[in-house]
Design a protein around this ligand. Structure first.
Ligand code: HEC
Ligand code: HEC
Length: 378
């Protein structure tokens, strides 16, 4: 310090020149006051806002929460709903099961790895193993209940615990991930539908323990899942055969149907299904509920209006259409519930029947009149 000041005091001409040069290198003092933003920055902001506006305009998804629900979203939902809120906007272009399964595989990836090759000695591979590409019944059984104890996969021994998924993943997600592992990494087994997962889950309802190798191998290597009615006659081409919708009782989920009823229909038709004279007609003792299934679906899709006589009493009101808010699957559930609870045990209605009715009547903009409903066959 002292050394330094001494140096300064004894400055000769050479030193003072150095100081001036240093001062010149300093930045000028900041000035107070407003300055206009540089034009180039304004342009950058304008470009960003413009891009964001256009992007949002295209992808707002109708501000519909379902857009982000991977099991119900459709590409049609994502591209703006220009067509208006009508039923016509509900296009049935869904992601295939395999495509949906890719995201759900994130549950399996920590153990079986992105490559499907597992980890030697710890987690068995899913590539080319019999459990994956063999019997659909074996695979879905494993996914529903889990697997434990010694097992040999691809000639190597494992002894770990694979968790059960029936509580953590919906039937649809299990179907999707099963279909995904069967169709990825060179695997080429056919997809497994949601209805099959649901059917097997029912059959195995009493079991909670994970499987052992011996138990899984006791399921025949070519066993298929019985009692399922395919919900989607799509990619697999499985439902080309002519006899759909017969043994449906096993697969339409009446509990889910009851939940729909309690959420949507109950406000008007009441928990008892007896309605509220003279405003809301009963579903009990109604020909519209227990007779022609297609007519019941048509009613739920498009609503009803004008004078109508139900169980001997006259009503003249308006039932709002539900076609735009309920999927085929949900309509199948609620219609089946209504028929079983209030329709004297009339048979269930499958999602395919709903899809068919939607194809015919989905574009209808107004509610049905009594005369039109009477024109349906019994
Ligand atoms: C916590 C780790 C873990 C997770 C997560 C997991 N598994 Fe497993 N998985 C295992 C283990 C360990 C075994 C072997 C069990 C044994 O040793 O008895 C196995 C066995 C299997 C098998 C039968 C054997 C084979 O390799 O073919 C299949 C099929 C399977 N898992 C599929 C899946 C799928 C699909 C998922 C995702 C939904 C999944 N696993 C999630 C650990 C896991
Ligand atoms: C906002 C009230 C309201 C809701 C919600 C509603 N309905 Fe209706 N529903 C009516 C009214 C009112 C009529 C009669 C319309 C008329 O008078 O023309 C009717 C008629 C019907 C009919 C034909 C007549 C009969 O009683 O059998 C059926 C079947 C029916 N509704 C089923 C359903 C089902 C199933 C749901 C739920 C998915 C539902 N409705 C939701 C008010 C409603």
């Amino acid at each position: 310090m002292s050394n330094h000041s001494h140096h300064n005091q004894s400055s000769d001409s050479h030193d003072s020149l150095k100081v001036t040069a240093a001062a010149k290198r300093e930045l000028s003092d900041p000035i107070e006051g407003n300055q206009v933003l540089p034009p180039w920055l304004l342009l950058v902001f304008a470009a960003i806002i413009c891009f964001a506006g256009v992007y949002f305009g295209i992808y707002h998804g109708g501000f519909d929460g379902a857009v982000f629900n991977e099991s119900e979203s459709t590409p049609a939902l994502l591209s703006s709903k220009k067509a208006g809120a009508g039923a016509a906007a509900q296009v049935s272009v869904e992601l295939s099961l395999v495509e949906q399964g890719k995201a759900i595989y994130s549950n399996c990836q920590p153990c079986h790895q992105a490559s499907g090759l597992g980890i030697a000695g710890q987690f068995p591979p899913l590539v080319g193993t019999d459990y994956v590409v063999g019997s659909e019944k074996r695979l879905v059984s494993i996914l529903l209940k889990g697997l434990g104890g010694p097992i040999s996969v691809g000639g190597a021994a494992y002894n770990g615990a694979m968790p059960a998924w029936e509580k953590a993943l919906s039937d649809r997600k299990i179907a999707a991930v099963a279909s995904y592992v069967r169709a990825t990494w060179g695997n080429t087994a056919p997809e497994i539908t949601e209805a099959k997962v649901a059917a097997l889950k029912k059959q195995l309802a009493d079991r909670s323990a994970p499987w052992t190798e011996a138990e899984i191998l006791a399921i025949p290597a070519d066993a298929v899942i019985e009692g399922a009615v395919d919900a989607a006659p799509s990619a697999s081409g499985a439902s080309a055969a002519g006899a759909p919708a017969k043994a449906a009782s096993a697969t339409v989920d009446l509990d889910a149907g009851k939940a729909q009823y309690m959420a949507i229909c109950v406000a008007c038709h009441q928990p008892t299904g007896l309605g509220l004279f003279p405003v809301f007609p009963p579903l009990v003792n109604s020909e519209y509920v227990k007779d022609n299934p297609e007519r019941l679906v048509a009613i739920i899709l498009s609503g009803v209006m004008g004078p109508i006589t139900v169980d001997g009493k006259l009503y003249n009101n308006l039932m709002p259409p539900q076609g735009a808010v309920l999927t085929d699957n949900k309509i199948s559930q609620v219609a089946s519930y209504v028929r079983s609870a209030f329709g004297g045990g009339a048979g269930p209605i499958t999602p395919e029947q709903v899809a068919e009715a939607r194809k015919k009547y989905g574009s209808r903009a107004t509610g049905w009149t009594e005369a039109e409903l009477k024109a349906f066959p019994e």
